[in-house]
Design a binder for this molecule. Structure first.
Ligand code: ZN
Length: 68
């Protein structure tokens, strides 16, 4: 399944399918691989890589406090 629009980080517009800004840790799972990454804006993201590719299943707010 492909998404018609390119997913990007809502905080800094870093493309989800681009190279992660920083890889925090990697974990192997039964279904594939889970990779924790930190975005350029400081948002912690959980990426799951399986046979269908890589997708972001969880995304925290940026670590830096901002307005809002
Ligand atoms: Zn970001």
């Amino acid at each position: 399944m492909t998404s018609p629009t390119r997913a990007v980080c809502p905080h800094c517009a870093w493309p989800d399918d681009a190279e992660p800004f920083q890889v925090v840790s990697r974990h192997g799972t039964g279904d594939g691989r889970t990779v924790w990454t930190r975005c350029a804006c400081g948002s912690l993201q959980v990426r799951v890589a399986d046979g269908g590719g890589t997708r972001i299943v969880s995304r925290s707010r940026p670590a830096v406090a901002g307005a809002g």
